[in-house]
Design a protein around this ligand. Structure first.
Ligand code: EPU
Length: 430
């Protein structure tokens, strides 16, 4: 599938955010922890939730959808093996905790690296081993088991990994005793998962300095929970409004989840107005460059750099972007250079933050010189967020662009083409 886009129009109007992809999928996994039904409201209809629904169904969940309300109910785990087809996203590894808690065994496919880096799961596995799990590698799977249930442990994480923090929490809520996580991730989606689990009966304390403490309980109950709005969609639409010199009210965008982005946007000449309904984004003046670094929450998120880099190609002067979360997340800049952008990549740490890639040769900094008009081009989507950068570039380009590999964008953005057409975009799916 591909998108054909004719650029050059200002996008204007209102757009409603969907529920957050990176919370919805984890909440579906959390529902596996109870025999009772769970209801997820504001459920996003995207590729990743579809894949996760198939995964849960194969384990024994009954899944039904009414509008944007999902009911997911797993009275019994009928299968402890997650099929290899679930390798299409990174959710299978998170099922280890619930499966070990409910049936004492689990088998999940080994996830390789992808187009943004090698993405190891050592932090996940080491924590579960400390909690009493035995984990073996067999062929293309991790085979895990536990005798007499998981037990609480002290986990010190070298890096505040989002997925590993979620995995430990999901494993700890039904474990015997207390689990303490030092250097835990505190992204809004992690906090929202904690809120859902607390409603289900879990006991989870949030301490200062990235400390999370979980006291295991014997049983969890069903829950009705509303999924928080997707802050990555909000950033994408905010960048789109400013890039096209339009004005978009992003309904339900939450200032509290976007503070670093809003500051960066204002510094380059974008503006926003926080209203009761959401945040309206527009351009205040001609754009100017900025030095910026991606970081864990509450820093500038790695998933925001791709749409933001497109804005920086339209900004006067030199901008520098230092990516400290993933070692290989600038692949899409080659495509932007082919249509007129001037982006140079570097393996140096072009920033001040402590960076795990300092001693490596990973290409993880970018220097963007602008402004550069963009022409239409033929883009191949590399990962979800690079896909949105391609869409924004195509929407501000002179002429027509083709974007191939749209399925990757559909994994995380609900009906993106239809919603953008409502804002005045000339975009067709074929
Ligand atoms: N890492 C390790 N060892 C581990 C786990 C992670 O070295 O055991 C490294 C990763 O390789 C990476 C860094 O730590 O370099 C960050 O990984 P993290 O575990 O924090 O990320 P994740 O849980 O795999 C989630 C989102 C990503 C988002 C990151 C950062 C989901 C499904 N994915 O990934 O979202 O970029 O957190 O906030 O929640 C996306 O939506 O397109 C996306 C990639």
């Amino acid at each position: 599938m591909q998108f054909i886009i004719n650029g050059g129009r200002k996008l204007q109007g209102e757009i409603q955010l969907a529920g957050a992809k990176n919370a919805a999928t984890k909440m579906m996994v959390a529902s596996l922890l109870t025999e009772e039904p769970c209801v997820l409201e504001n459920f996003p209809l995207i590729g990743d939730t579809q894949i996760t629904a198939e995964l849960c169904q194969a384990l024994g969940s009954k899944v039904s959808l009414r509008g944007s309300v999902l009911e997911i109910h797993t009275p019994e785990i009928i299968n402890h093996k997650v099929a290899s087809l679930s390798r299409r996203n990174r959710i299978p590894i998170l099922t280890l905790g619930p499966l070990l808690s409910r049936v004492g065994k689990a088998e999940v496919p080994i996830l390789g690296g992808d187009k943004i880096g090698p993405r190891p799961v050592d932090l996940h596995l080491n924590a579960l081993i400390k909690m009493g799990a035995k984990i073996e590698v067999s062929g293309e799977s991790y085979i895990a088991s536990v005798k007499d249930g998981l037990r609480g442990a002290l986990i010190e994480m070298e890096f505040p990994s989002v997925g590993a923090t979620e995995n430990i929490i999901l494993a700890a809520v039904l474990a015997r005793g207390k689990t303490v996580i030092h250097n835990a991730a505190t992204e809004p989606e992690v906090i929202e998962l904690i809120k859902m689990l607390q409603k289900m009966g879990a006991i989870i304390e949030l301490g200062a300095n990235r400390l999370i403490e979980i006291e295991g309980v014997k049983k969890l109950r069903g829950v009705v929970h509303r999924i928080l709005p997707d802050r990555n969609e909000a950033v994408s639409f905010g960048c789109l409004a400013v890039a096209t010199n339009g004005s978009i009210l992003v309904k339900e965008a939450r200032q509290q989840d976007l503070i670093t982005f809003l500051n960066a946007l204002r510094k380059i000449g974008g503006e926003y107005e926080v209203t009761k309904e959401g945040i309206r984004f527009y351009r205040e003046r001609s754009l100017t460059g900025l030095k910026i670094e991606t970081d864990t929450h509450p820093g500038f998120m790695t998933d925001w750099q791709q749409p933001f880099v497109v804005l920086l190609t339209q900004s006067q002067g030199e901008s520098v972007l230092h990516e400290t979360i993933y070692e290989d997340r600038f692949g899409y800049t080659q495509d932007l250079n082919l249509v007129g952008a001037k982006i140079k990549l570097s393996s140096k740490c072009l920033g001040d933050l402590k960076c795990r890639f300092k001693v490596e040769t990973y290409i993880h900094s970018a220097i963007v010189s602008g402004p550069t008009p963009l022409a239409g081009g033929n883009f191949q989507v590399k990962d979800l967020r690079s896909g949105i950068a391609h869409i924004i570039a195509a929407l501000i380009a002179n002429g027509q662009s083709t974007i191939q590999g749209v399925e990757e964008i559909d994994r995380g953005y609900e009906r993106i083409d239809e919603r953008l057409r409502e804002l005045g975009a000339d975009i067709r799916r074929i």
